[in-house]
Design a protein around this ligand. Structure first.
Ligand SMILES: [Zn+2]
Ligand SMILES: [Zn+2]
Length: 435
């Protein structure tokens, strides 16, 4: 085995450090919520501190995987109830989704999203315990000023970010229909406002051929494994001609049973990723052509199954609202960087992208680890339950609460948010986009 060189990562890290030192702080032309409201919210958060950290640690210990986050949800709903707030379980038909609301339902609505699912084998290696506790913290802090709020705050518990795309299921069931802006925060190796999360589709390709004795009568066979091999090679050739941000990664799920039988069935699965919906569509078309061309070449038949789980679209960041997050974090001493500074090559995908294609949205990332620790590792999980994770729970709750308050109190900000969303293309037909 050859050890991968660290040179690229080290170079990117050094460049990022130089750019960060020169970065101009993100500013906002908007005033947001009045200072006394912000003061009350922050005082409430200080009181909530022990409960929020305990919640984060309990969810970390539960480490429940997608759609099975029963104890995590029960803990959150118990804490809400202890503060006199009723919540709805089984929200929008998902057993581990929940919803609660405070404020004035006749005003604008901001939704704060809480994820809480873990990963197989490595528990909270994506730090969703921090996402849940900071969202709950923001909601409870705003509940302390509920009678002053000129609008509504919804806390939406969103299951199954990892692999299940729970937010798309919630969206299809109507969870965002009355929402004017959606906000959440994700732990990371940097504080960044608009770190890209790219779109992702899944495709399964199944080839069916004709089995035959591989030695006695191979000419009577049609080899499904050959189709898979051609497909995998063609995708390899395609890579040279993709835009720099695109990615394809695949595995062979089936490739025959024994060498003396011509494989009559073989199957591949790919993840396709791209930074824009348009290029993701292009990439999908190329991969579909490869799937069909490989069948024609080998005399097999092909079944192409797109999106066995709902796809993730790239996150569309709302600039005026993200700026409010950055300004509020700066008040806590966190310098929020932009994608001009933080390396955007190191990108993954999230179902929050689908939310951001429907309503104005922000998904900043908050630092809990050194930059070289990547998400989905046991090392990241250590940070997610440690002192840096705890600090992110409290600072994340502060940022979400005050960004929500800014949105509800500042009409000029809401207009700018709506204009930015319209300029980015407005509401996208998420369900129909690839059909
Ligand atoms: Zn993750
Ligand atoms: Zn995550």
């Amino acid at each position: 085995m050859s050890a991968p060189s660290r040179h690229y990562l080290d170079t990117v890290a050094a460049l990022t450090e130089r750019k960060a030192a020169l970065a101009v702080p993100i500013s906002s032309p908007h005033t947001g919520a009045p200072a006394d409201v912000a003061g009350h919210v922050r005082a409430a958060l200080a009181r909530l501190r022990p409960e929020l950290l305990a919640l984060s640690h309990r969810i970390f210990e539960h480490a429940e995987e997608a759609f099975r986050e029963t104890n995590s949800v029960a803990d959150i709903r118990t804490l809400l109830a202890a503060h006199g707030i009723a919540s709805t379980g089984n929200a929008y038909g998902l057993a581990t989704a929940f919803e609660a609301e405070i404020g004035d339902p006749t005003g604008p609505t901001v939704a704060i999203l809480a994820e809480y699912d873990a990963l197989p084998g490595i528990g909270h290696g994506c730090g969703h315990n921090i996402i849940a506790a900071s969202a709950v913290g923001a909601f409870l802090a705003l509940a302390a000023v509920a009678d002053q709020l000129p609008g509504r705050v919804v806390l939406l518990g969103t299951p199954a970010e990892e692999g299940g795309n729970g937010k798309e299921l919630l969206a299809r069931a109507g969870a965002f229909e009355l929402v004017d802006a959606a906000i959440m925060v994700h732990p990371f190796g940097y504080d960044a406002a608009d770190h890209p999360f790219i779109g992702r589709r899944i495709v399964r390709v199944r080839y069916t051929g004709v089995a035959a004795h591989a030695s006695a009568s191979p000419f009577m066979g049609r080899n499904a494994l050959d189709a898979v091999a051609l497909n995998y090679q063609a995708v390899g050739f395609l890579r040279q001609h993709l835009p720099p941000g695109d990615r394809i990664h695949g595995v062979v799920l089936a490739g025959g049973d024994r060498p003396n039988i011509v494989p009559a069935f073989a199957e591949l699965e790919y993840y396709l990723r791209s930074p824009a919906v348009e290029t993701l569509k292009d990439l999908s078309n190329r991969v579909e052509d490869i799937a069909r061309g490989s069948a024609l070449s080998t005399g097999t038949t092909v079944e192409v199954q797109w999106d066995p789980a709902p796809y993730s679209l790239p996150i569309r960041f709302n600039e005026p609202l993200t700026a409010r997050w950055a300004v509020r974090q700066a008040e806590l001493g966190r310098t929020v960087l932009t994608r001009a500074v933080v390396p955007s090559e190191l990108a993954a995908s999230t179902d929050f992208g689908n939310v951001s294609a429907r309503v104005p949205a922000i998904h900043p990332v908050i630092r809990v680890s050194p930059p070289e620790i990547s998400l989905h590792t046991v090392e990241f999980a250590e940070y997610a339950q440690g002192p840096d994770g705890d600090a992110a729970v409290l600072d994340g709750a502060d940022g979400l609460a005050l960004t929500a308050a800014d949105f509800l109190f500042d009409g000029d900000l809401r207009q700018a948010v709506a204009a930015d969303f319209a300029a980015a293309g407005g509401v996208l037909d998420v369900e129909g986009y690839f059909s």
